[in-house]
Design a protein around this ligand. Structure first.
Ligand code: F6P
Length: 345
């Protein structure tokens, strides 16, 4: 078969491991693998390169994506769907493997359901907010990086008797904040799923200090919001929307640090972890997960199970319909958040 593969949306550690897995397995079984460049943009322009064994050698540990990525939404273009199908036919493809999160796989699902394009999905995102799979690759790496940051902030917070605010990624879901906050022993964890009240945050920090603690660690997801019940509570970098309708978030950490310092009187500093969470080598866990997803995606192509996504289902590698994966976001399980709260303050 002639199989195209693309990576779309924000990059994430483990993308190269999937590309390697699909290519190595495909070539072993006599397939030709074509790397489509720059995500869905490449399915409009036709930019591609042949993936040989040599092209995917030395990739397992490399972060980023050798295929490059973009946040292009083909359905924002006039006849975008038809253009993708045209490129698919021109390149002589039999199938397409799309590696991405809710946006990229949302496009994959539309192309499958509306244009009958033979597409298979692979779930990626450091945010871990995709439904249909227990976990996405990239998440473990991001949590490890954020946890290490909390560990480092702990020692300096303690030395200086300060409050340290760490802003982590997580646009709609606070998985990174909850997991790294639990692992790092954070005193306050703020997530998009649970709007927060500034007085309550300040009170919990003051109460902790009144009990004899001289420092506090606050982990806040970029998409956490004040309890205003509207988007007013979101701190944005710009008002401009990308092609999938998202604003660029970021800045909640600085806002929070200022408010905490004013309300508690404790010296407060802020660290915004940003894209450090997405860069560099994947953890061993993510390399294995990405490889298993890649192998399963190739299997799905081989048996013609299009419109499906490789997934981790109840701890086992399996597959789910793309439709199920993209219908709603997987937000933080409130039971988990309650467990994390036992250790707050
Ligand atoms: O979707 C993953 C994510 O890491 C979000 O948490 C974050 O809001 C966004 O990507 C940042 O994207 P960009 O790299 O385009 O700034």
């Amino acid at each position: 078969m002639r199989i195209g593969i693309l990576t779309g949306g924000g990059d994430c550690p483990g993308l190269n491991a999937v590309i390697r897995a699909v290519t190595r397995k495909g070539i072993q079984e006599g397939d030709n693998i074509l790397g489509i460049l720059h995500g869905w943009k490449g399915m409009i322009t036709g930019q591609h390169e042949e993936l040989t064994l040599r092209a995917v050698s030395g990739l397992i540990h490399r972060g980023g994506t050798i295929l490059h990525t973009s946040r292009t939404n083909p359905f924002k273009e006039e006849k975008g769907g038809e253009k993708v199908v045209g490129t698919f036919n021109r390149l002589g493809l039999d199938a397409l493997v799309a590696i991405g999160g809710e946006d990229t796989l949302g496009v994959a699902y539309r192309l499958f359901s509306e244009y009958k394009l033979p597409v298979v999905g692979v779930p990626k995102t450091i945010d871990n907010d995709l439904s249909g799979t227990d976990v996405t690759f990239g998440f473990d790496t991001a949590v490890s990086i954020a946890t290490e940051a909390i560990d480092r902030l702990h020692t300096t917070a303690e030395s200086h008797d300060r409050v340290m605010v760490l802003e982590v990624m997580g646009r709609h879901a606070g998985w990174i904040a909850v997991h790294s906050g639990m692992a790092g022993g954070a005193d306050v964890i703020l997530i998009p799923e649970k709007p927060f009240d500034l007085d309550e945050v300040a009170e919990s920090i003051s109460a902790r200090h009144a009990r004899g603690k001289s420092f506090s660690i606050v982990v806040v997801a970029e998409g956490a919001r004040l309890d205003t019940k509207t988007d007013e509570g979101l701190v944005k970098q710009t008002e401009a929307l990308d092609e999938f309708g998202h604003v660029r978030l970021g800045g909640i950490g600085h806002f929070l640090a200022k408010e905490i310092e004013e309300r508690t009187g404790f010296e407060t500093r802020v660290t915004v972890l940003g894209h450090v969470q997405r860069g560099g080598s994947p953890t061993a866990h993510d390399r294995v997960l990405a490889t298993l997803f890649g192998v399963r995606a190739h299997d799905l192509v081989r048996v013609g199970r299009f419109g499906m996504m490789a997934a981790m289902v109840k701890g086992r590698i399996g597959e789910v319909p793309l439709e199920e994966a993209v219908k709603e976001l997987k937000t933080v399980d409130m039971n988990l958040y309650e467990v994390a709260a036992i250790f707050s303050g």
